[in-house]
Design a protein around this ligand. Sequence first.
Ligand SMILES: [Zn+2]
Length: 250
Amino acid sequence: MLAGNPSPMTLEGTNTWVLREPGSASVVVVDPGPDDPGHREAILLEVGDARIARILLTHGHPDHSQGARSLSIRTGASVAALDPQHRLGDEGIVGGEVVVVDELEIEIIATPGHTDDSLSFHLVRDGALLTGDTVLGRGPTVVAHPEGRLGEYLDSLTLLRDLAEATSAQWVLPGHGPAVTAPTSAIDAYLAHRASRLDQVRASLAAGASSADEVLEDVYRDVPRTLWPAARLSVLAQLTYLDDRSGRTS
Ligand SMILES: [Zn+2]
């Protein structure tokens, strides 16, 4: 379900996912989205007579998490997240855990990088990966320095890619943008994009860029200026990543 919060950062808006096995009286809601009464009512309409067993968050950014509290108060459903400050009446979820609601089976996968607390959810029976902001329906995501870390992000992408391949996954269901078929090639494209950006940053440094802003001007010329504040965070994440690596190898 699409929330009404479109922006350059959220694409058409935040995707809220209502998960239900056929015939089940219980649902799981992933990412209730912003605290918007209209969106909350739309979710409740979709849930209908079913019970919300649990609300899960892919990460704590407000465009995904802010509506969780009011939905929880309204329905009594607990809110589970990796970050304790976003939990409500719930012991939380961590990578490696499996959440089972009736026949619905959700594997929790730790995918840090976009943020420290980013999780992805693998719907085992459906061959679907809910990726939050780790993989979007289109366009690259932001590695939100300093909390987001590029090394972890690349590891998370590789993990998701290998899982998609090993399980012949059919879908990426992202936090923003359309559902993606062919998850393996979509994630390969993400990895290729990150590699080419890193090459561009290295080339910019080699050509004499001496600050994050100079690298930004150089490397993100093709990106609309409205996205530069976010792109700047990705530049900082890349510079930190390259710094750490040169520190390790020298
Ligand atoms: Zn988001």
